[in-house]
Design a protein around this ligand. Structure first.
Ligand code: ARG
Ligand code: ZN
Length: 873
């Protein structure tokens, strides 16, 4: 049941046109599907016709309008097979499906009273028989019929060309999409929704209708998404020269959704939590996430829809490139340094963990059992880093020439990551042969750096060695092409010129060295003093850099590096070093006073870029500290980190209070980078003070909680209370918060995750109580993520309880979810998969939980793949 990239064959049949008619009822839905099919001239001749289909009740089958005899076709486990067909014909299929019983949330399903679809990657086969693969691109015409009162809004891809009333209070709308597309981009929505309208005029002067559809209670939560959409449309024109192609662009919000959002042609469907926002109910982080996801889905219209993937091994072709595009967009809309820090943090914490675990795979995987398991940080975020490295190596201008060539050359086609690199190569003239290894080799490269300063010769030599640890199925790796950006900093904090030859004039102070060999030595000339190296500036490649910086050197970089990212990184490295040195050490051992001084500086100097300060004040997460360990001691890490936090807060109490007061919120809520930075710094100060149960902070937190004019401050105060020992205040605040927002699912989800993710309120019995709460719903992925996901991924001290209770809890719920929503169940396995990287007290319990899941009969392939790969060596 493993599918291999090397087995790819072109589709034996192509579909030119599909005519769909959906009859939607309360008991089920009937789908009439008429396909114009012809033999692919490039395929091996004489093959039978095979269509994919799952969970379908076949009610009718016609070939060129005539019913097929039972002996002419065969219904197999995964589809339909017709042995003898001519070279070109029309096939009619009628199927009956049960959207209201669809808990997998793939194909057509019902979510809070509305019908909606999710077809990527292989959901269309749950709707009708079809060649469900992205290299079969057809023109779709879709008629949707339903009860008019219950479902006044009927949507599909493209333009609405016809509508009218039917007997029995029913009505219909016909949609026509002029662009051929793979069936994974098909979408249908039917519901009682309010419509928010806007328009956008393209650079060539075409007026586009923008329509957003939400349930009536969410009518006030649309503005931010629509504004974000308009900014995205303008940005894609300006930066990539890409204009929107249809006359209508629609966004729909649905409550039950497995992922964040989906880029269906002209009809993007979003998880409510990734699109609905108002200042009272959504945090700054949510505002930024929504802007980024709206942009991401919009950008897919070119990188994904106009040019799509040949097969699912090429997923990063659209996802890596589109994540890169949305990260450039977010950087342009806010602070580029902060955006870079956020991306690097996610990569180093979670993607590096994936890369060194049992599910490690290349950006272009070479095999899979269930493709849904490969919507990963590696395909998305590392894939985006690979595109970013191309941008760095080629320069902005050549990169743009490459993307123009790519879009022009492959418009309307289903292509490969290699076609993408080839376009970049052809447009720039740069040889990318070795660079392609980034797509095929799994694992995080390690770059080890050592240096020598020769005071007499005034030369400074950097010795750089790269290697990639083995990953499942890949033991030997070849060196990769790594853009390695660096600077050298002199004793007064200035960037030194980087002369690769003696006497070089106008040498730059920052260079991107291209690492291609396993080892290099770079000699810099006319260096008059021993410099401090600033390595991998801006996180120029997704690699781990090892260099023996002293704490004094890190402090120096924190204060002087002209690269904002590396200033932050120096602070992180210093904090990691301090925390690690305190793991399981006697209580008397105090935190290095130099770390206290550095944080005092950050809190007190209001001239510093507050957006950067907000990031620098965050201590490295427990998850990151675990990722850095060989045999992680979770409880030791948790205690050491908490100790550092408490000591910093005790020693910096006055500075924290002053900082809190200085950044007090004034005026109406605005999600500008400056205001966001201010709120972040202030809420961090508050949370530190509450960690030490400071009485003055308690009053400030209660006041902020009661008077906040926005969700960032209100939930910031709630979080601070939850993480303090003021038990009465915490209980009251949690109760008040719930009463205030019990009607708002997005806020209730935050309320769940604040509790389940907190080491204080998220003990196992407390989490089990949350699962019994009225607002909890096993059919809603957001609720599952906000309780079980938050517990297993954020509340590490409780999840990794040494009695194994957290693991058994997770295993039990994965087993239950495996039968209802395998995609969600498989995602929840992740926290158990890296059991080999934990200390002995954890390992056995994690492994036992995996074995318990593995033993279930009829395990879904989603869960089976992850669990099985975690258990084999
Ligand atoms: N293409 C969507 C996006 O990244 C995600 C679809 C996820 N589908 C899945 N089966 N995991 O925007
Ligand atoms: Zn995407």
């Amino acid at each position: 049941q493993t599918i291999y990239l090397k087995d790819y064959k072109v589709p034996p049949f192509l579909v030119d046109h599909v005519d769909l008619r959906f009859e939607l009822f309360e008991e089920g839905a009937r789908v009439y599907n008429s396909m114009e099919i012809r033999r692919n001239p490039e395929a091996e001749p004489g093959q039978p016709l095979e269509l994919d289909g799952e969970g379908l009740e076949l009610e009718g089958l016609t070939l060129n309008g005539l019913p097929l005899a039972d002996s002419d076709y065969e219904v197999t486990s995964g589809g339909l097979r017709i042995e003898k067909v001519s070279d070109s014909f029309t096939l009619g299929v009628v199927t009956w499906i049960l959207p209201q019983e669809n808990t997998r949330l793939e194909g057509l399903y019902k979510s809070s009273g509305m019908f909606c679809t999710q077809c990527e990657a292989e959901g269309f086969r749950w709707i009708t028989y079809f060649p469900d693969r992205p290299d079969v691109m057809a023109r779709f015409r879709t008629q949707v019929e339903a009860d008019k009162a219950r479902y006044p809004v009927l949507l599909s891809n493209g333009n609405d060309v016809e509508s009218g009333d039917l007997e029995g209070g029913r009505h219909f709308v016909v949609w026509e999409d002029p662009f051929p597309k793979p069936c994974y981009l098909f979408a249908l929505v039917a519901g009682d929704l309010v419509e928010k309208r806007d328009t956008f005029t393209t650079q060539s002067g075409r007026d586009i209708d923008l329509r957003m559809y939400v349930e009536p209670r969410n009518a006030e939560k649309c503005d931010h998404a629509i504004d974000s959409l308009k900014r995205s449309m303008r940005w894609d024109e300006q930066v990539y020269g890409r204009e929107y192609d249809l006359d209508i662009f629609m966004i729909v919000a649905v409550d039950d959704f497995n992922m964040g959002a989906m880029e269906n042609k002209g009809l993007n469907i979003f998880n409510s939590s990734c699109v609905l926002a108002s200042p009272d109910t959504a945090t700054d982080a949510a505002f930024q996430r929504i802007e980024a996801i709206v942009a991401h889905e919009y950008f897919h219209n070119w990188s994904g829809n106009r040019v799509t993937c040949r097969d699912w091994f090429q997923l990063s072709l659209k996802e890596g490139f589109t994540v890169f595009r949305d990260s450039q967009f977010s950087a342009d809309m806010g602070s580029p340094t902060v955006k870079r820090i956020e991306d690097a943090t996610l990569l180093r914490t979670a993607q590096f963990a994936e890369d060194s675990g049992p599910m490690a795979h290349p950006v272009r995987p070479d095999s899979y059992i269930e493709i849904s398991n490969f919507y990963t940080l590696t395909v998305y975020e590392k894939g985006a880093e690979v595109v970013r490295m191309l941008h760095t190596l080629l320069g902005a201008e050549n990169f743009r020439a490459g993307s123009d060539l790519y879009f022009n050359r492959h418009d309307g086609q289903a292509v490969t990551t290699d076609d993408f690199v080839k376009a970049m190569e052809d447009a720039s003239g740069k040889d990318l042969t070795q660079f392609r290894r980034w797509y095929g080799q799994a694992g995080t490269p390690i770059v080890e750096v050592s240096d020598e300063y020769d005071a007499d010769a005034k030369t400074y030599t950097l010795n750089v060695r790269q290697y990639i640890p083995p990953t499942p199925g890949q033991t030997e790796k070849l060196p990769q092409h790594i853009p390695f950006s660096l600077g050298l900093i002199g004793e007064h904090g200035e960037d030194l010129p980087l002369k690769l030859e003696s006497g070089e004039t106008d040498a730059p102070t920052e260079r991107v060295l291209e690492l291609t060999e396993a080892e290099h030595s770079f000699v810099f000339h006319d260096v008059s003093e021993q410099p401090v190296p600033s390595l991998l500036r801006g996180f120029s490649a997704p690699v781990k850099v090892r260099y023996p910086w002293t704490r004094d050197q890190l402090l120096f970089l924190m204060g002087h590096d002209s690269d904002g990212f590396n200033r932050w990184d120096a602070g992180q490295r210093l904090a990691v070093d301090v925390i690690q040195s305190l793991i399981n050490q006697p209580q008397e051992l105090t935190v290095d006073p130099r770390l206290v001084t550095a944080f005092r500086q950050l809190l007190s100097d209001s001239n510093l870029d507050q957006a950067l300060v907000a990031k620098m004040l965050q201590l490295p997460s427990e998850a990151y500290l675990i990722e850095l360990s060989e045999a992680a001691d979770v409880q030791g890490i948790h205690k050491a980190r908490t100790r550092v936090l408490n000591q910093l807060a005790l020693q910096l109490r006055d500075e924290l209070l002053a900082c809190y007061r200085r950044n007090r919120e004034e005026g109406p809520y605005e999600p500008t980078p400056e205001a966001i930075a201010r709120r972040s710094v202030r809420n961090t100060a508050l949370s530190w003070l509450m960690h030490i149960n400071d009485e003055e902070a308690r009053l400030l937190a209660l006041q902020q909680f009661g008077q906040a004019g926005n969700m960032t401050d209100q939930s910031g105060a709630l979080r601070a209370l939850v993480n303090s020992d003021f038990e009465e205040d915490r209980t009251k605040a949690l109760g008040d918060f719930y009463d205030q927002f019990s009607q708002d699912p997005q806020v209730v989800e935050q309320w769940f995750s604040i509790q389940a993710g907190s080491p204080r309120t998220g003990t196992l019995p407390a989490v089990e109580t949350l699962l019994e709460h009225d607002a909890f719903d096993w059919k809603n992925p957001n609720k599952i993520r906000s309780v079980i996901g938050a517990f297993a991924n954020q509340n590490l001290a409780n999840f990794h309880a040494t009695d194994g209770s957290g693991y058994r809890f997770l295993a039990r719920h994965i087993l239950a979810l495996d039968s209802t929503n395998p995609q969600i169940a498989a995602r929840l396995v992740a926290p158990l998969t890296r059991w080999r990287n934990y200390g002995d007290v954890y390992r056995e319990g994690m492994k036992a939980a995996l074995e318990q899941i593995h033993a279930k009969p009829d395990l879904s392939k989603d869960v089976y793949e992850v669990v099985h790969k975690s258990l084999v060596d």
